[in-house]
Each structure stands twice: as structure tokens, then as C-alpha cells.
Design a binder for this molecule. Structure first.
Ligand code: CAA
Length: 258
């Protein structure tokens, strides 16, 4: 598959997607979101891939939805076509882990895209924000919903209402990102994390992701029940036998991903 707005490569068992519209700081348009969704779905169904990384470039992960493309849209244009948000939820249906490696700006839809991944590793140059308020709109791809869950109501309100940007240190304190690393190490760190994940038993990785996502969306008792059922079901896998036998025998496990 050839793409125009993203660059796709495979590094061992890791699928890497680079957002690639540098002239507009990787502003997210319909084509890019369609191509990103397709690339992730292809990796998701590829047995040789165990985890994915999405990144941008040194200046920007993505500076939001493409303002130029939507500047003249009417209500009917956006409502009927869902142009800005139509393809965005594809990433939520990806079952293998997806990591965002964020350098530079992750604003508006860029911040929302990063939050749709499973976790964010960012550079010390990263800047996060939901500045839509400055454009006379509000976040439209989950900013008002995922930010309060990911950080807090207070900080979500602060960012969405003032439009100010949050640096990497504040993002780490707030819990938005899992790690902050020097900018020149950011992508390597994310690929390394994805490589570690991809070496584990794939069913346990996918069930861990699915269970944690339940904590984000449902009640505690439902989440506990779901987790327990997933936990029990993993005892049907060969990898559970191998993982535990390896521990008992004091050797490294040789997971077959089944
Ligand atoms: N859409 C389209 N083009 C964009 C863009 C965007 N979101 N962000 C940056 N660009 C373009 C600029 O227009 C500029 O193009 P030209 O060279 O042709 O003028 C180029 O990228 C470089 O940008 P700047 O010259 O502005 O770079 P800077 O370093 O001075 O500023 C910035 C960087 C602070 C990120 C600034 O570009 C900016 O504020 N961008 C807009 C951020 C924003 O408002 N994002 C929210 C979009 S709405 C949204 O995302 C809705 C949603 O929830 C789905």
C-alpha cells in the first residue's frame, strides 16, 4: 500500500507510522486519518507485528486538525460528512498496543490522537494543548472527554478554557504521559518499549490492554469482573504454561504467542 501523508515501516515485530505533512506541522486531514487507520489495521492483522508506534517529526507530533481544510465549512458540511472526526475512532478498535512518541507540538486533534493511543512517551520538547477555544470551537475528537479522565477535571478545564500549552514536565506530573526523555532519544525509547511488548505473549498483551480500557470506560465492579474473566481465560494458552514453567525453572520464557 502506498501512502501520501504517512510513512510506514516495520522494525522487527514493531510497526512504525510517521505522520508526514511537515509543511503544516502534520495537521490532520481526512486523507491522513484514513491512511493512518488503514496502516494500523494492516499492522493489527499482521501476525508478525506485536505492537505499533505513531510519531511525527522533531517539531510536531501533530498541530491539530487541518484548520485550512475546515475554515469555510458550514454546520451541514461537518455534520453530514463528519469530515473532521469521521475516521478518528478507527484507532480505538486496534487490538494490539499503540504507543505515541511525541516530539514538539501535540495540539488539538494532535493531543487527542496521542490520547487515543495506549500510552504516550514524549520528548522534553513536547507541548500539549487543546487550543480550539482560540478558534471559536471546542475539541471535537475526545479532548473534553479523555483529558479529564487522563489528567483531572481541573487541568482539563484549564487547558480547554484558556487554550494554554502544557510542557513535558507538567504533562508527566499530570499523568498524561508515561515517560519524558531527551528529544533525540524519544523515538528509540518508544520503539524499545514496543519491542519489549511485542516479545510477550500476544493474547496476554491484548487482554491487558482490553482490561485497562474497561477501567477507563466502565464501573469498577464491571471492570473487575471483566479482568477476572480475561485472567482466567489466559490459563487456556500455551504461553501461560511456558511463562510460569520458565519462572519455576529459572530460565527465559520462549513465548509462541498462542
Ligand atoms: N492546520 C493547518 N495548518 C497548520 C496547523 C493546523 N492545525 N498548524 C500549523 N499549521 C501551518 C501554519 O499555517 C504554517 O503554514 P505556512 O508556513 O503556510 O504559514 C505552518 O504550519 C507552520 O506553522 P507556524 O508558522 O504557525 O509555526 P509556529 O512555530 O509559529 O507555531 C503553532 C506553531 C503554535 C503550533 C501554530 O502553528 C498553531 O497555533 N497552530 C494551530 C494549533 C491549533 O489551533 N490546533 C487545533 C486545531 S482544531 C482541532 O484540532 C479540532 C479537533 O479537536 C479535532
Amino acid at each position: 500500500m502506498t501512502y501520501e501523508t504517512i510513512l510506514v515501516e516495520t522494525l522487527g515485530k514493531v510497526g512504525l507510522v510517521r505522520l508526514n505533512r511537515p509543511q503544516v506541522l502534520n495537521a490532520l486531514n481526512d486523507q491522513l486519518m484514513t491512511e493512518l487507520g488503514q496502516a494500523l489495521m494492516d499492522f493489527d492483522s499482521d501476525d508478525n507485528i506485536g505492537a505499533m508506534v505513531i510519531t511525527g517529526n522533531d517539531k510536531a507530533f501533530a498541530a491539530g486538525a487541518d484548520i485550512g481544510a475546515m475554515a469555510t465549512f458550514t454546520y451541514m458540511d461537518v455534520y453530514k460528512s463528519e469530515y473532521i472526526t469521521r475516521n478518528w475512532e478507527t484507532i480505538r478498535n486496534i487490538r494490539k498496543p499503540v504507543i505515541a512518541a511525541v516530539r514538539g507540538f501535540a495540539l488539538g486533534g494532535g493531543c487527542e490522537l496521542a490520547m487515543m493511543t495506549d500510552f504516550i512517551i514524549c520528548a522534553d520538547t513536547a507541548k500539549f494543548g487543546q487550543p480550539e477555544i482560540k478558534l471559536g470551537i471546542i475539541p471535537g475528537a475526545g479532548g473534553t472527554q479523555r483529558l479529564p479522565r487522563a489528567i483531572s477535571k481541573a487541568k482539563a478545564m484549564d487547558l480547554c478554557l484558556t487554550g494554554r500549552l502544557m510542557d513535558a514536565a507538567e504533562a508527566e506530573r499530570a499523568g498524561l504521559v508515561s515517560r519524558v526523555v531527551p528529544a533525540d532519544k524519544c523515538l528509540d525509547e518508544a520503539i524499545e518499549a514496543a519491542t519489549v511488548i511485542a516479545a510477550y505473549s500476544n493474547p496476554s498483551v491484548m487482554m491487558a490492554k482490553e482490561s485497562i480500557n474497561r477501567a477507563f470506560e466502565g464501573s469498577l465492579s464491571e471492570g473487575m469482573l471483566f479482568e477476572r474473566r480475561m485472567f482466567h481465560s489466559l490459563f487456556a494458552t500455551e504461553d501461560q504454561k511456558e511463562g510460569m514453567a520458565a519462572f519455576v525453572e529459572k530460565r527465559k520464557p520462549d513465548f509462541k504467542n498462542k
